[in-house]
Design a protein around this ligand. Structure first.
Ligand code: SAH
Length: 255
């Protein structure tokens, strides 16, 4: 069968290096049972997943790629749909590891989808644009952003390795980076989850200023700890700091 024609609007850059494909698949934990692959394309990662005998589900938006994969792997389960539109809890009744060379044009939405489904997605091994991968893995400093805080709230993140553009067909304009996310022990923030997200976003909206400025619309009960945090910039705050601020803000709202 003919190769799939790379479609730019779907972020299609096909990995063409077997060693790297194997290296990525080998990042999955040995205890993994169910693997969901996003955007298998022509299946370079899928082949190794099959070899490793995982229970595999794939989600691919591109019909041409789906036909290609079906011709090669008769028994492969392929959902021909947009990953961002899928209701994960409804579609899958089990917990799973997620893997993919993700389409870079929708990386933020993919990460939000992971955040929202953290209790079902126990692990993620994924390739992103290098800057995005570094940002998600960044524990402190200038590279931190909204998604670094949100993802690190529920996952331990490790930057694994970088991949050069020549390893893809067609080569992307940017470098790539592979990261691994492992669900940590933090429980769902439940009632304050929405508020937490909102406060993280507000704080990073004015990154250069202290959070006192960006969060002035919140009615916070000031104490020494809160005062100290408000004098920092968003990138200097940890997840625990943001949770503390959120709890404080939620408390006062109901006074
Ligand atoms: N995994 C393959 C392809 C990577 S390119 C490889 O490593 O070679 C990104 C893949 O994601 C493409 O196959 C593209 O069709 C698919 N894709 C893009 N947007 C998607 C979406 N919203 N949902 C599911 N798949 C998507």
């Amino acid at each position: 069968m003919q190769d799939v024609r790379a479609k730019k609007y779907l972020g299609q850059h096909f990995l063409n290096n077997e060693k790297i494909a194997l290296k990525i698949v080998n990042l999955l934990s040995k205890t993994t049972e169910h693997v969901v692959e996003i955007g298998p394309g022509m299946g370079i990662l899928t082949e190794y997943l099959i070899k490793n005998n995982y229970e595999i589900q794939t989600i691919e938006i591109d019909k041409e790629s789906v036909d290609y994969l079906k011709s090669k792997h008769k028994n492969l389960s392929i959902i021909n749909d947009d990953f961002l539109k899928i209701n994960i809890a409804q579609k899958f009744s089990f917990k799973f590891s997620m893997i993919g060379n993700f389409p870079y044009n929708i990386s933020s939405q993919i990460l939000f989808q992971i955040f929202e489904n953290k209790d079902q997605i126990t692990e993620v091994v994924g390739m992103f644009q290098k800057e995005v991968a570094e940002r998600i893995a960044c524990k402190n400093g200038k590279k931190r952003g909204i998604l670094s805080v949100l993802i690190q709230t529920y996952y331990n993140v490790e930057y694994c390795f970088s991949v050069e553009p020549q390893m893809f067909n067609p080569p992307p304009k940017v470098n790539s980076g592979v990261i691994k996310l492992i669900r940590n022990k933090r429980k769902d923030l439940k009632t304050i989850n929405k508020k937490f997200k909102q406060i993280v976003k507000m704080a990073f909206n004015q990154k250069r200023k202290t959070v006192k400025n960006s969060l002035k619309s919140l009615s916070l009960e000031k104490n020494k700890k809160i005062e100290d945090l408000l004098n920092l910039r968003a990138e200097q705050l940890t997840t625990d700091d943001f949770i503390l601020i959120t709890k404080n803000a939620s408390k006062n709202k109901y006074k």
